[in-house]
Design a protein around this ligand. Sequence first.
Ligand SMILES: C[S@@+](CC[C@H](N)C(=O)[O-])C[C@H]1O[C@@H](n2cnc3c(N)ncnc32)[C@H](O)[C@@H]1O
Length: 220
Amino acid sequence: MSFGDSKAIVTNQDGLNEHLDEVVNKHLSHPFLKPISDHTQQAFDKINQQIAAFSGPVILDSCCGVGQSTRILARRYPEALVIGVDKSLNRIERNVEDEHETDNFRLIRADLNDFYRLVVQHQWPIREHFLLYPNPWPKAKHLQRRWHGSSVFPYILQIGKSLTLRSNWLIYLQEFQRAAELAGKSGNISQINDEQPLTPFEAKYQASGQLCWQLKFAQL
Ligand SMILES: C[S@@+](CC[C@H](N)C(=O)[O-])C[C@H]1O[C@@H](n2cnc3c(N)ncnc32)[C@H](O)[C@@H]1O
């Protein structure tokens, strides 16, 4: 598949997943007890020392892929330390040409199902949290693989003063919005019309003529 030829989402859902409320309410009322994996604990401990020694604001770029958005955010917020997290070492280590790269960002390989819980436990001073183009898992039976259907969802809502999600699947964002509403948080959805794409997936979708959407919680 070439650039500009990205397929639109194929799903057997025509609206919010019918089990959404039930699944989210279950996670909101039960703690997530699965043990933290060693590799994520080690990655967290290392970056945690830098966060503890840093007095400025922290920005979290979850599912950062190759880290293009992490680098853009680091330029946009020179006073901040921007932490990009992705489970794929291959993506994180990919060479991204950026001649204006600043040094106020770090890319970390970790599983966010564990990393999020450590961030909450250690009360990182996160000003903004970005979750850009998470894997959509568009089949109805995969609801629990979406972030709002996962056991870690209640922790996500405890991270950052504000939270921004982006997706080319509007239903994903509408579901996340509803899930957050069940936890008493309210966010707004709008269409993105940025001239400069923030991530490679955003660039790919826009080049294919697909609409991209943003869900923003200005105050969590
Ligand atoms: C569709 S890609 C989007 C990447 C980037 N945000 C972009 O827009 O170009 C989704 C990313 O989420 C990462 N990811 C999925 N599950 C994850 C998890 N549990 N922990 C960390 N990263 C994860 C994948 O490795 C992948 O890089």
